[in-house]
Design a protein around this ligand. Structure first.
Ligand code: NAI
Length: 318
């Protein structure tokens, strides 16, 4: 029988862990022996106010079940002080679950600059700030597990959430880059798009749906992605109500116009069916694979190209 996956001697920071999904991620990790920094600013769902009670309550819950946890009440924009709490209390940090979030939903026509700035600050800058402060520690020790929390709204677009969608897809971009930069240092970076009952969803979903969307159905995936045995990195996962699946980019076979021969808007219109046909689609997973058909076009003599260009656009460790 497979041994239970444990997190003994591991230290996690879970942001926004005073309620909803973050609370459950913290409880799940702590129940498996992880030491947890329970970060939560304790403000409203719109990002107003603050309070220490949300984080304190979850720390009490973890301690009551025999686990180890400390509270941190900083906004995620102050990543250094959140990581400092981990260092002061537990001496290191192995896992960062970027989860804190707010909503300021309004149609783009009515969206104020403040609505835009605040949502980007909490989600995108906040996740960057905490991760950036933990990054040198993880690089130094050659170990790290990082989670970004995106959203179906960000991945697919949703009415009235331009600020949130931009921030959430930005997080997937950040994760893609950090997964490449962290690869050689055993730092894995994955992204989840969860769906669960919380104060962010309780006003927009009917009660019978919410009853079936427990945060408990999201946290096991987070814990697996944060485990030392999990080799996954640069993944994006949709998760909720027991469903877990992986997303990837899909690219059509596309159309190649002969190199060196001008083509016009009419040619593009004529070939539109081929350009947008996903039959035999490919799934590029890095910039080299993205660039490859462009290079093929350049190198294909039958299309008027050369035969000898071999560009390596692989990312380089700096
Ligand atoms: P929630 O409102 O229950 O939890 C978010 C927590 O983040 C709150 O406890 C809040 O106090 C904290 N927080 C907010 N701003 C903070 C800041 N500046 N610094 C530190 N803590 C802060 O919401 P929920 O649903 O648990 O959301 C968790 C994450 O999951 C968010 O990033 C959200 O966008 C994302 N998400 C949730 C979905 C859902 O169905 N519940 C759907 C898609 C994404």
């Amino acid at each position: 029988m497979m041994a239970e996956l444990r997190f003994d001697d591991r230290v996690a920071i879970v942001t926004g862990a005073g309620g909803g999904l973050g609370r459950q991620h913290a409880l799940t990790l702590a129940a498996r022996g992880c030491k947890v920094v329970v970060n939560d600013l304790g403000g409203s769902a719109h990002g107003d106010g603050k309070s220490s009670s949300a984080a304190d309550k979850v720390v009490d819950e973890i301690r009551a079940m025999g686990g180890e946890a400390v509270a941190n009440y900083d906004s995620v924009e102050n990543g250094e002080s959140i990581v400092q709490t981990a260092l002061d209390s537990f001496g290191t940090v192995d896992i960062v679950v970027n989860n804190a979030g707010i909503l300021r939903d309004v149609s783009f026509a009515k969206m104020s600059k403040q609505d835009w700035d605040l949502v980007l600050k909490v989600h995108l800058e906040g996740s960057m700030s905490v991760t950036h402060a933990a990054w040198p520690i993880m690089r130094e020790k050659g170990y790290g597990r990082i989670i970004m929390t995106t959203s179906a709204a960000g991945l697919y677009g949703n009415f009235g959430q331009a600020n949130y969608c931009a921030a959430k897809l930005g997080l997937a971009g950040l994760a893609n880059c950090l997964a490449e930069e962290g690869r050689s240092k055993n730092i894995h970076v994955n992204t989840i798009a969860p769906i669960a009952a919380s104060r962010l969803t309780e006003t927009i979903m009917p009660p019978n749906l919410l009853e079936n969307l427990k945060p408990e159905a999201v946290s096991p995936l987070v814990a697996w992605l944060c485990h030392e045995k999990c080799e996954e990195t640069k993944g994006i996962f949709e998760v909720g109500a027991g469903f877990i699946s992986k997303l990837r980019w899909e690219r059509s076979q596309g159309n190649s116009f002969p190199l060196g021969k001008a083509f016009s808007v009419d040619d593009v219109a004529r070939r539109w069916g081929k350009i947008t046909d996903f039959t035999d689609a490919e799934h590029p997973s890095n910039v080299n694979e993205s660039f490859s058909p462009i290079l093929d076009n350049i190198n294909n003599p039958s299309l008027g190209g050369n035969e000898f260009i071999d560009l390596d656009v692989a990312s380089k460790e700096s």
